[in-house]
Design a protein around this ligand. Sequence first.
Ligand code: FAD
Ligand code: NAP
Length: 540
Amino acid sequence: MVGAGFAGLYALHKLRAQGLSVRVLEAAPEVGGTWYYNRYPGARCDVESVDYCYSFSDELQQEWNWTEKYATQAEILRYLKWVADKLDLRRDIVFNTRVVSAVLDESRLRWTVTTGAGEVLTARFCVMATGALSAALTPDFPGFAEFTGEIYHTAHWPHDPVDFTGKQVAVIGTGSSGIQSIPIIAEQAAHLYVFQRTANFSVPAGNTPLSTAELDEIKANYAERRRLSWRSGGGSPHITAPRPTLEFDPQERRAAFEKRWQLGGVLYSKTFPDQMTDLAANEEARKFYEEKVRAVIEDPALADLLIPTDHPIGTKRICTDSNYFQTFNRPNVSLVSVRATPIESVDATGINTTEAHYDLDAIVLATGFDAMTGALTQIDIIGRDGKTLRDDWAHGPRTYLGLGIDGFPNLFVISGPGAPAVLANMVLHAEAHVNWIADAIAYLDDNGYAAMEPTHDAVDRWGAELARRADESLFTKAESWYMGANVPGKPRVFMLFIGGFAAYNDICADVATAGYKGFVLLKGPAASGRQTAETGCDAE
Ligand code: FAD
Ligand code: NAP
């Protein structure tokens, strides 16, 4: 197994409990994944803390006390370390170990995994818990290497505190990471220049401390909270309005938007059920949003630049902020529209746009990730007939259910392309994937199979289904990282299942109930050490 974030830790616990011998290889020196690396100022979850944590153990739920509605990176990392210790996970994790290749031995149906240090392991199953947002993206600005000041990336933030006091600082990027860090950096810097290419929708978090009474109530009702989350579209317990946007009268509609606004953050995109499919409905949400945001920005011309006009609201992940737009009212903060005046180069002293030179002490890259596929395609994954995953995905990721790939038997992907993944609460999403994979492995063992692999046809059909659903939505109207649009040269394919978390889990469960329909189950030498005569396609 590769990766020791939320997904890898639960997978280790679950599969070990099932009697499997599991070894986790993790590039970082510690558990946590996202929450180990992304320690920039202001980093928090945007799904409520009490939902953004494991549901598989009531003991864990009851014992851990979240202190804020949206936990900080430090608190989430503390939680993951606590889970790792409590479940005694560390003894099966090899840290500081990057996997560079995974090669299928077709005759033995085994994976040979090689690390950066040249160690070689063989495994019957290879589970990739490598993260949807773990391959950071650093733009290739001409002259960047010449810059003599400090350079930071939000996704590789140093462990020691960074102090911007008295400094001229640039933040490049206004996605969730930029939007969370900008207000805090602005409080320290002598001057902060925010380099914005595309304006983003951001809704205030409304973050507050969680009182003991609130926590007690949540803990007393956790079972129901989780039940609702598992049946929801996004893996949290908040329910969308029962009817389409325009079926409500204007006053009711406003009240519903206001309620969601007060709830805070990303859930604003799910106020009404048709918000992401009907442009007229989406426009109602956008108008309410614009009114709210204009009210807090003092300079209307600046508001024009900060309010998106190029994509429907929610088609890129709505950011969750604390005082983001108010930050632009500060005299020490300037917005530089990279759209109007692109960055041409970086030199020893700062950034050059087509219009000006910005003298800087520090540059913060909040430039995002090669999302969904980056961590996987960085590994030389070689399946049947010597085919690499990189080549297989040259025109966009191909998976069945997001879980398996034809030509790569017994290779499972957690929270990757083809699943709802980043459109859902990713902790529950990881649990759903791990549970499915664990059941599938048990099924193979119970029935004397060595391996499973989706058929080419099942993968094609799943890809078509993803595309059909995406085309019926507004999601394809944005140049988003969901579409691969943020990485130069990456194929433009909508990479996620947008049908909702519960609906997706139902589909996966149906596939399993039907004897893993769409998968070929293979008999061979590796089934629980049993030697079987048959090799090849046995059933579909
Ligand atoms: P990760 O946490 O990314 O872990 C993957 C691990 O695999 C990493 O530790 C990495 O080092 C390791 N790895 C990768 N490749 C290799 C290799 N070749 N060899 C060895 N090790 C490797 N989601 C939400 O649902 N709610 C949120 O509020 C939320 N907030 C987020 C905030 C930030 C700043 C970011 C970047 C993402 C956020 N996400 C959020 C998404 C987040 O990535 C997931 O919620 C979750 O943490 C992913 O867990 P994971 O285990 O799947 O992957
Ligand atoms: P992101 O959303 O991809 O944002 C990257 C930003 O950098 C965008 O504004 C992008 O502009 C800009 N950018 C990239 N390359 C650039 C270049 N060459 N020149 C100028 N600007 C450039 O990345 P992110 O902010 O790290 O967030 C990624 C995802 O991680 C989020 O969507 C979310 O799922 C998760 N996340 C969640 C939270 C949270 O609130 N819990 C916090 C951080 C991250 P364009 O838009 O024009 O490409």
